[in-house]
Design a protein around this ligand. Sequence first.
Ligand code: SAM
Length: 154
Amino acid sequence: MRRLLATLVAAKPHGRIAELGTAYGEGASAMVAALPSDATFVTVENDPERFRLAAQRLAGTRAEMVLGDWRELLPERGPFDLVFLDAGDAAESAALAISMLAPGGILVKDDLTPGRTSDGDPVRQALLGDPRLLACEIQTTASTAAIVAVRRSP
Ligand SMILES: C[S@@+](CC[C@H](N)C(=O)[O-])C[C@H]1O[C@@H](n2cnc3c(N)ncnc32)[C@H](O)[C@@H]1O
């Protein structure tokens, strides 16, 4: 996932990039290391202790760190060219995350179990079935998969 995120970040030279859920800064460190000089990166975490530890890890980088609920803080700052949806219930928040994407913007969701269909899976239904997106699922390790989706242009 670190390599996938870094690759997608590098593909957005003037990109506005957001991570929803920083945790301890593992994904953020990979993304900010690949950040093009004209791109920006913001990551939001609502757990104060995780935020503190991630801030230590990301100190001195170009990551903008925000403490709080991304659902309240980020939509007004959009649209974004790349969104890593990695906080809370993805099925519940997928529609809001998609609404934050610019046309051509990419949404990434990881931590899926490979080899399953959308039947009975609200996360896959929300992302693979949304008409605003062109989406695919890729296997990232032997036991994990991710969805990579692009917001269609009008
Ligand atoms: C799976 S972890 C994130 C992992 C991180 N993106 C990485 O790649 O290393 C999910 C994090 O999202 C945070 N979170 C959950 N709901 C949130 C919300 N509404 N706003 C901001 N952060 C949230 C949790 O506290 C948790 O630290």
